[in-house]
Every structure is written in structure tokens, then in C-alpha cells.
Design a binder for this molecule. Structure first.
Ligand code: SF4
Length: 276
């Protein structure tokens, strides 16, 4: 079995938050409530998550100096073609992985790999703890970068501007600098397109000094709002966000439209391993 490292998880009472949890609250407090207070996700999300997390492990294997054969053995744990999930099947994963190595293997030899899947546990001035896993930390001629692999169904120029300002990117860079020094220059997205034909793009997020200075305060204010909502047991619905979840609809549209009776039928409890 592939060793799937436990994903960072949020513990509101202890003041521990993953960047994904904070980003979910900023998108819509009600979404945060469903995913991080009730702890539910759509049943079909399992396929997407298992594809993404196993693909990440296969990439980590390569960047740790492992063999292609070993990484491909990990990919074999992705389910084969399932109804409606052809894009995230085992066969597709092997095809994309092969194309990825062809595209990047030689170029990546210029990277000095400083860390792979590094767990970062960083305390901010207000006492909030950001808990995340940094996919990759590299050094190249331009300096040090924290690299985030993203398997995505969205692609192209519109994506490059969509990560800033971004609490998630701020978290990665803040954590990388706390662990590896202030000379970590920036966050870099390593996009892996899950579509008909494999495509790849990489771009630097270029966070400004102001964005990074604002980051701890933004987190503190977001955490204050979360704690207030949890105490009041009331979460706002940001309806402008319902169809703006990374180019798709929010997973909880059916519940917000028809009520919580749907939860048992269409959702499941999150697992601590694999659901971030
Ligand atoms: S469907 Fe809309 S209102 Fe409901 S949780 Fe999602 S974003 Fe919020």
C-alpha cells in the first residue's frame, strides 16, 4: 500500500487551521461550516481526492529520488475507469504521469531539491497555528521557491492571476520562510491539467511585500470571525461564491437549495487521512 501521509487537519478549539480551511471560510462561512465543523464532503469527491493525493505521492517519490517504476506502482492504487470519472482514472494517471516526466524530467535536473512533502507547523503572532504540507522546496538560479503541485481541470492564462492575493499562497510562503529562511523568494504553481490531453504550466505567484506583511493580520481577523460564528452557531451564506469555487460550483449547492435532509444521502464524513 502507498503510505498516504496524514493531511493537516483543522482543530478550531486548539486554534489550528489548514490553509484550505481558512480559504474555505473566506469563500463562504457556510461552506466552512459544512466541511470543517460538520466535517462532511460529497460522496463522489472520494474519486477526485484519491486521484489528487496519490498523484501527489507519485510526484513526491520522483522528487525524493525514487524510481519511475515505484511511482507508477503507487498510481496503480487509483481506481480504474469508473462511471463519470474517466478523467481521474488509473489509466489517465499513468498517461499524465508519463507526459509530465517527458516534459519536466530533464529541466528539473537544474533544481536542487531542498525538501519534499515537508510538514510545516507555524505559529503566527496572534497564536493561530497554520498547519500545512509544502509539496516541494527547490533552489535554482533565481533563488529558492516553494512549489505547489495542482491537479486541475481549469487551465490557461486566467489561472495565473487567480492565486493572489491568496491566503493559501501566503500560508505556503510564510511557512516556507519560517522553516527555510527569509530568502525563499516566492510560491510557484506546478499545474497538471486533468483533461483530454495532458498539459502543464508553471508560474510564480509573485507575492508582494505588502501581501506578506498583511498575511498574519488577515489570518487573525479570519480566525476571530470563525470563532465568533462557531460560538453563535451561525454562519453566513456568501451566495456570490456558489459558482466561483475554482471554476466550478460549490459542493454544497444542493444542501443550500433543498435543505439538510440531503446530507445523509449525498455526503459522507471526512476522513482524516486524505481529506485536507
Ligand atoms: S452553496 Fe453557496 S451559500 Fe451554500 S455553502 Fe456553498 S457557497 Fe455557501
Amino acid at each position: 500500500m502507498t503510505e498516504v501521509k496524514e493531511r493537516p487537519h483543522t482543530d478550531i478549539a486548539k486554534g489550528i487551521f489548514s490553509p484550505s480551511a481558512l480559504a474555505a471560510y473566506q469563500k463562504c462561512p457556510m461552506n466552512f461550516y459544512y466541511e470543517y465543523v460538520m466535517g462532511i464532503v460529497p460522496k463522489e469527491k472520494k474519486i477526485e481526492l484519491s486521484f489528487g493525493s496519490i498523484f501527489h505521492k507519485a510526484l513526491a517519490g520522483i522528487y525524493k529520488g525514487g524510481t519511475e517504476k515505484d511511482s507508477r506502482t503507487m498510481l496503480d492504487e487509483i481506481p480504474s475507469v469508473l462511471d463519470g470519472a474517466e478523467k481521474r482514472s488509473r489509466e489517465k494517471a499513468h498517461q499524465i504521469f508519463g507526459a509530465y516526466l517527458e516534459k519536466w524530467r530533464e529541466k528539473d535536473k537544474k533544481w536542487k531539491i531542498l525538501a519534499v512533502e515537508e510538514e510545516a507547523y507555524v505559529e503566527l503572532p496572534d497564536g493561530t497555528i497554520i498547519l500545512t504540507i509544502l509539496d516541494l522546496l527547490i533552489e535554482e538560479e533565481l533563488g529558492k521557491f516553494v512549489v505547489d503541485h495542482k491537479t486541475t481541470a481549469a487551465f490557461g492564462a486566467t489561472r495565473t492571476g487567480s492565486f493572489r492575493p491568496s491566503l493559501q499562497m501566503g500560508s505556503y510562503l510564510y511557512a516556507a520562510r519560517a522553516l527555510f529562511g527569509d530568502d525563499v523568494r516566492d510560491a510557484r504553481i506546478n499545474d497538471i491539467f486533468i483533461g483530454k490531453e495532458p498539459k502543464f504550466q508553471r508560474f510564480d505567484v509573485n507575492l508582494t511585500v505588502r501581501e506578506m506583511e498583511r498575511f498574519p493580520r488577515n489570518v487573525a481577523l479570519t480566525v476571530e470571525d470563525i470563532k465568533r460564528d462557531v460560538m453563535r452557531k451561525e454562519f453566513a451564506q456568501y451566495e456570490n461564491s456558489c459558482h466561483a469555487f475554482y471554476h466550478t460550483a460549490c459542493s454544497f449547492v444542493p444542501v443550500c437549495l433543498h435543505g439538510e435532509e440531503l446530507i445523509e444521502l449525498r455526503y459522507r464524513k471526512k476522513e482524516e487521512n486524505g481529506d485536507s
